[in-house]
Write a protein that binds this ligand. Sequence first.
Ligand code: NAP
Ligand code: ZN
Length: 383
Amino acid sequence: MPRPYVLLSAAVSLDGCLDTPPGRPRLLLSNEEDFDRVDSVRASCDAVLLGAGTLRADDPRVRVASAARRAARVEAGLPPHPVKATVTRSGDLDPRGRFWHHGGAKVVYAVGRAARERAAAALGDLATVHQVAEEDVWPQVLGHLHGLGVRRLMVEGGGSTHTQLLRQGLADELQLVIAPVVVGRPDAPRMFGAGDYPGGPEHRLALVGTRRIGDVTLLRYATHRRPGTGARATAADAAWLGEACALAAQCPPSTTAFSVGAVVVAADGRELARGHSREGGDARVHAEQAALAKVRGNPGLAGATVYSSLEPCGARASHPHPCAELIAGAGIRRVVTAWREPDTFVPGANGTERLRARGITVVEAPEFAEAGRAPNAHLSPGK
Ligand SMILES: NC(=O)c1ccc[n+]([C@@H]2O[C@H](COP(=O)([O-])OP(=O)(O)OC[C@H]3O[C@@H](n4cnc5c(N)ncnc54)[C@H](OP(=O)(O)O)[C@@H]3O)[C@@H](O)[C@H]2O)c1
Ligand SMILES: [Zn+2]
């Protein structure tokens, strides 16, 4: 059954807790800058899911707070907010909760008939309540979300939900923020509870990024490889491509050129360089060019992959060598991209074909097309 790309997101204390125990004074784990990052991740997803326990404990709003991000989604033809989903077996959902009165369309996955009836009676037309069977709850939930058009799902907890998705091999990426506090209580909720997790070296998570955000650290991990290798995007690819798409937000604004992010990653998963369009204020600089310029001659380039939020250009007016040629010239054999260049500036630029003609594997990950397109929505590219 097809399912969305699943990204687990949480902030934890140094001792792995999601929160203080029930009834104890709350601790702030994250910070303002990280709340804004979470907002941008939400804006890049088609749906956000939280367990019913978190709705009861935190009464969260769950919405895209930034007006600019909502506007960018609308310009890209998306609803301003992602779909919001929850899962419950008890059906105990409070219609006064803020979750029901903010953000996008709400879907409740109720396990069993009693839960469905209770939730539907409580919520009325605040949400669509969908009944799922007792066995294999998560595959049903993810399959249904996929049927709604959800290709990228952000899961914002709590611990019970994260634990099940990781244990069942249904998570593709983890975005974990480590807060500089210790909760120190054995009864505090934890990100991952006790139980059997997929073991063995092939299930060791791949660290695909670390970033300091004020006083917290963001760790990004990719989980298992998705079935099929070769010209298919792996979970690690998805995490890096997500990073490249996020980088595009750093481009100086332009009405005459695309905003693109690119990351060069060595065969062993280490980042070699990153770049974005117009880096350093030069209006002619492309993202791939900026990144490659930082690692010229690096022996790791031969096995490296270039991740770019837009296909590398195959023709350009601003430089004698299009990025497809720069990539081939650097000895790179694999490129992963989010969307194809529309004919807005250079008709028939066709970098993908040019790369393939040089024997380079190009993996296109259409699930990132919206993320790659979003910073360029004002250029009204056709497709
Ligand atoms: N630090 C962070 O980033 C962060 C993020 C989120 C949450 N939290 C914290 O996490 C704590 C809540 O954790 P939690 O483990 O209770 O939360 P949870 O995963 O949000 O909710 C658990 C509830 O979800 C429903 N559920 C989960 N799996 C289900 C399944 N397979 N079938 C049917 N229903 C299912 C059940 O709801 P019913 O009980 O209704 O049946 C279950 O009790 C809170 O303290 C919150 O503050 C922290
Ligand atoms: Zn280029």
